[in-house]
Design a protein around this ligand. Structure first.
Ligand code: ADP
Length: 202
């Protein structure tokens, strides 16, 4: 199953991606996570990525496309994959179209005020557990950190870029009959149920 999860920053792509890949035994490929790993390792790619990410800007398409081509050659992709944070531009979507058939693009639609609170309030632990100081505060003894790009100025830029680039990508997949919009601000279980319903009718 070849799937794409779309949504503005803070829409919950990472959370729902975990539920989907656990059910379907496909890898969760997040370009944001791949880039953050490169930044943490201090590679050349990481150094380039860091400046774009800190400004909330997208990396150049050719860099992202190289990353994806390499990742799709790995063994775990033979039964499919779930993309999160890719494609982010129409150029990326067109490139992907040449190398894979996408069965469903699920768009998690959320209100902007919820997105802002989710992002400004987001805190995570080293092992990836996500808390939110407004909705789900971390216990006092748990050490949390904030993503470098989760500050209000960068968040506004990330949201703006998302909305600027979203429509052509949506049109592209709608044209292929593969686009499904769902309400992303419902409870986690409800969102997952809706996703399962979509995937079962495909
Ligand atoms: P979010 O969706 O919360 O903004 P991501 O983790 O998906 O976060 O991405 C973080 C940053 O990584 C983006 O702001 C951008 O700089 C970079 N990035 C991730 N995926 C892509 C992509 N497909 N194309 C270009 N830049 C990307």
């Amino acid at each position: 199953m070849n799937l794409i999860l779309m949504g503005a920053p803070g829409a919950g792509k990472g959370t729902h991606a975990k539920d989907i890949v656990a059910r379907f035994d496909i890898p969760h490929i997040s370009t944001g996570d791949i880039l953050r790993e490169e930044v943490a390792k201090g590679t050349e790619l990481g150094t380039t990525a860091k400046s774009y990410m800190e400004a909330g800007k997208l990396l150049p398409d050719d860099i992202i496309i190289e990353i994806i081509k390499k990742r799709l050659q790995e063994d775990d992709c033979r039964n499919g994959f779930l993309f999160d944070g890719f494609p982010r531009t129409i150029v990326q979507a067109e490139m992907l179209d040449k190398i894979a058939d996408i069965e469903a693009v699920i768009y998690l639609k959320c209100d902007d005020d919820i997105l802002l609170k989710r992002l400004t309030g987001r805190r995570m632990t080293e092992d990836g557990k996500i808390y939110n100081i407004y909705f789900d505060p971390p216990p006092e003894n748990v050490k949390v950190y904030q993503r470098d790009d989760d500050n209000e100025e960068t968040i506004r830029e990330r949201l703006k870029i998302f909305y600027d680039t979203f429509s052509p990508i949506m049109d592209f997949y709608e044209g292929k009959g593969a686009f499904y919009e769902i309400k992303g601000d419902d409870a986690r279980e409800k969102v997952f149920d809706t996703i399962l319903t979509i995937l079962n009718i495909m």
